[in-house]
Design a protein around this ligand. Structure first.
Ligand SMILES: Nc1ncnc2c1ncn2[C@@H]1O[C@H](COP(=O)(O)OP(=O)(O)OP(=O)(O)O)[C@@H](O)[C@H]1O
Length: 256
């Protein structure tokens, strides 16, 4: 059997905030295999971002163990790329410069990083904007650039926190389709936090529903869909619609 890409065992998290202790995450056990696309949904404040930040290594869980490919997570690492809701591009660098940045830090030679940046900019549809400044891009294009920047460093695991939450509906649909195609082509492992049940069910191979705080996984639902299917087909697929119903029921009514 293959080593799990992500493994959380008996993880809990309590924040010591200014207004006292807040238990954000209840006991969580989770195993994600390489190549899975796992979405996490649940009510606001249920601990989705906390879970993602623990896997990213930004937050150290109060208890339990977190492993990536069998290694304990002790902090952030390049094999885990994080895409935030709002793109934070370097304004003094061009679009290509932003995508190349992580590779430059790793001392990848100039020619190789140019080629990699070009490939990922093409993949996200920004091939014609390599020399543009970030402020010349729309919000959706900036988010594409952030996704290219993260993918260019070729992380084994991509952690995405509401990456399309700030976009208009049409741009969001377009980026969902692009992300799905990229995932189908590259088979990276994805952990994806979203408020949208539809988005979760359409994009994922598996959807986790968390209970209200302290968040625990109350539904772990595999989604049957073919990676080759386009999103337009999936939106009306009976299996996808039935899965969305189940997820929605769990989000609104809690554990069965
Ligand atoms: N740095 C922090 N210090 C103290 N409490 C925090 C901190 N970060 C989050 N919390 C609390 O932990 C709980 C879970 O927060 P988290 O951001 O993980 O939830 P979420 O499900 O991602 O929420 P949303 O869907 O609204 O983004 C919330 O009650 C929040 O107030």
């Amino acid at each position: 059997m293959t080593e799990p890409r992500i493994k959380l065992a008996e993880v809990e998290h309590v924040y010591e905030g200014r207004s006292g202790a807040v238990q954000a995450l209840g006991r969580t056990d989770l195993t994600v295999q390489p190549g899975e696309f796992v979405s996490v949904v649940g009510a606001s404040g249920c601990g989705k971002t906390t879970l993602l930040r623990i896997v990213a290594g930004f937050v150290r869980a109060s208890t339990g163990s977190v492993e990536i490919d069998g290694e304990q997570v002790t902090g952030p690492a390049p094999e885990r790329g994080v895409v935030f809701q709002r793109p934070s591009l370097y304004p003094w660098l061009s679009v290509a410069g932003n995508v190349e940045f992580g590779l430059k830090m790793r001392r990848v030679p100039r020619k190789a990083r140019r080629e990699t940046a070009r490939r990922y900019l093409d993949l996200v549809g920004l091939g014609d904007f390599a020399d543009a400044a970030p402020y010349e891009l729309s919000g959706g294009m900036q988010q594409r650039c952030q996704i290219a920047r993260v993918l260019a460093t070729e992380p084994s695991t991509v952690l995405m926190d509401e990456p399309f939450g700030a976009l208009d509906a049409l741009t969001r649909e377009k980026l969902q389709g692009e992300l799905r195609s990229i995932w189908a082509a590259e088979q990276r492992t994805v952990l994806f936090v979203t408020h949208s049940v539809e988005e979760a069910v359409l994009l994922s191979t598996r959807v986790l529903v968390m209970s209200p705080r302290p968040g625990r996984v109350i539904l772990d639902l595999p989604i049957e869909s073919d990676p080759a299917d386009d999103l337009a087909t999936l939106r009306t697929s009976p299996a996808v619609l039935a899965a969305a119903e189940k997820v929605r029921a769990a989000v609104t009514s809690g554990p069965a």
